[in-house]
Design a protein around this ligand. Structure first.
Ligand SMILES: NC(=O)C1=CN([C@@H]2O[C@H](COP(=O)(O)OP(=O)(O)OC[C@H]3O[C@@H](n4cnc5c(N)ncnc54)[C@H](O)[C@@H]3O)[C@@H](O)[C@H]2O)C=CC1
Ligand SMILES: O=C([O-])C1=[NH+]CCC1
Length: 296
């Protein structure tokens, strides 16, 4: 006999239920469990991706099973490299929650807010663990959905004296400034935005490098989000080669991150777990750390 019908939890409700203060510690715990590589803690294979060639997009299937916690779920995410004129979102997602014993569907949830907040939350955790003490300047490249969630997560969980943004279209950056709660400086170039920045978030839809290593100061931390296909880039080779690179999913990054694959660098192991990562960074010339995200 089929179980009760699934509850539907849609965008507004997800927004009202999900808060960084509760999400980030849970996410940090889940990343730790994933890093332990214990299959009773988390099984999360590298996602399968189906090209949607006609629409310049991809469907990603992202199942996860946490046996010890009794959680079985999968995210279905469509992501697109939209043309400049499109008003459709770049990312559209749904999260399904199942009963691991019966296989019955328990909940169907809007995944867009979850994707925005989980991605920004993981980036904020990487910054907490890998940025230098006393970090003051945050630079965000790109001013779309992820830029907004990263602004919210970073300013809520960490403290910066200055936030700078750059967008390839200045009006996008100006609109972003009007939409956020605090002061933000609009920069006319990537170089202007990142020179001297302690933490840099890259959340563009670019397929070519936008962030060059020569502009990034020693000791900076980069959270690299946007280049999530093997042939997309945001960071140039010099930055990738000078950084110690971490990932939420090492296998995912090595299969999907254009920045990792095309620069030929390897992702440090173990994946992000503790502040120990920071001391590894001091062995490279510029002490830059980069964190790429794939286990959304
Ligand atoms: N790694 C991960 O887990 C995740 C990655 N993503 C990726 O992050 C990126 C940003 O996602 P959203 O903020 O949702 O997208 P969005 O469409 O809301 O924002 C994209 C931003 O990039 C800018 N942009 C577009 N083309 C550009 C170009 N050629 N050069 C520089 N900037 C350009 C846009 O003006 C906008 O500011 C996308 O590539 C998306 O696929 C999104 C969610 C999770
Ligand atoms: O993990 C995720 O949710 C996404 N990766 C690429 C776009 C969305």
């Amino acid at each position: 006999m089929a179980g009760a019908p699934p509850v539907i939890i849609w965008e507004r409700e997800v927004e009202s239920l999900l808060h960084y203060k509760e999400l980030i510690p849970r996410l940090e715990e889940a990343l730790g469990k994933f890093s332990s590589r214990d299959s009773a803690e988390v099984i999360q294979p590298v996602r399968s991706t189906v090209p949607l060639q006609k629409h310049n997009g991809f469907l990603g299937l992202m199942p996860t099973y946490m046996e010890n916690d009794g959680v079985l779920s999968t995210k279905l995410v469509c992501f697109y490299n939209r043309g400049a004129g499109s008003t459709l979102p770049s990312v559209s997602a749904t999260v399904l929650l199942l009963d691991p014993e019966s296989g019955h569907m328990k909940a169907v949830m809007d995944g867009e807010v979850i994707t925005s907040m989980r991605t920004a939350g993981a980036s904020a955790i990487s910054a907490k663990l890998l940025m230098r003490p006393g970090a003051e300047v945050l630079a965000i490249l790109g001013t779309g959905q992820q830029a907004l969630s990263h602004y919210n997560a970073f300013t809520e969980m960490l403290s910066f004296k200055e936030v700078r943004v750059w967008n390839h279209r200045r009006e996008g950056a100006e609109k972003f400034c009007r939409s956020v709660g605090g002061p933000v400086t609009v920069c006319g170039s990537v170089e202007e935005a990142v020179r001297g920045a302690d933490v840099i978030v890259t959340v563009t839809r670019s397929t070519e490098p936008v962030l060059c290593g020569r502009w990034v100061k020693p000791g900076a931390h980069v959270a690299a989000v946007g280049a999530c296909r093997p042939d997309w880039r945001e960071l140039d080779d010099s930055l990738m080669k000078e950084a110690v690179v971490y990932a939420d999913s090492r296998e995912g990054a090595m299969a999907e991150s254009g920045d990792v694959i095309l620069s030929g660098v390897s992702v440090s192991s173990p994946v992000i777990l503790t502040g120990v990562c920071v001391s590894l960074a001091s062995y490279v010339r510029k002490n830059i750390t980069a964190f790429v995200l794939f286990a959304g």
